[in-house]
Unconditional design. Structure first.
Length: 88
C-alpha cells in the first residue's frame, strides 16, 4: 500500500466519513489488485441493490471504527467523554 494513512484521526465527522469510504475502496483494491478486472465487474455490481447495500455496510463499519478513533468528535469540542478506550 502506497501513501497509506498514518492515523484515523479527522477534524470532523464529514472527513471521517470520507476516510471510511477511502478505507472501503482501498480494501477492494487490496482484495482485487487488478484494475482491469475491477473495471470489468463494476457495471454488474453497480446496478445490483444487494451489492450496493453490502458496500454501504462496509463503509458503515469503517465509519464506526473511524468515529471511535476520534472519540466520536465530542470529547474535545463539547466536553463529553466517550466510554470507548482504544489501545493504539
Amino acid at each position: 500500500m502506497t501513501n497509506w494513512k498514518k492515523s484515523l484521526r479527522t477534524k470532523t465527522p464529514e472527513e471521517g466519513y470520507r476516510l471510511a469510504i477511502e478505507l472501503a475502496q482501498e480494501s477492494i483494491k487490496q482484495i482485487q489488485p487488478n484494475e482491469k478486472i475491477r473495471e470489468k465487474i463494476r457495471p454488474k455490481y453497480s446496478k445490483d441493490a444487494n451489492s450496493l447495500i453490502a458496500a454501504s455496510n462496509v463503509v458503515a463499519i469503517h465509519f464506526q471504527t473511524v468515529a471511535a478513533a476520534n472519540d466520536y468528535w465530542l470529547s474535545q469540542k463539547h466536553g463529553y467523554r466517550s466510554s470507548v478506550k482504544l489501545n493504539m
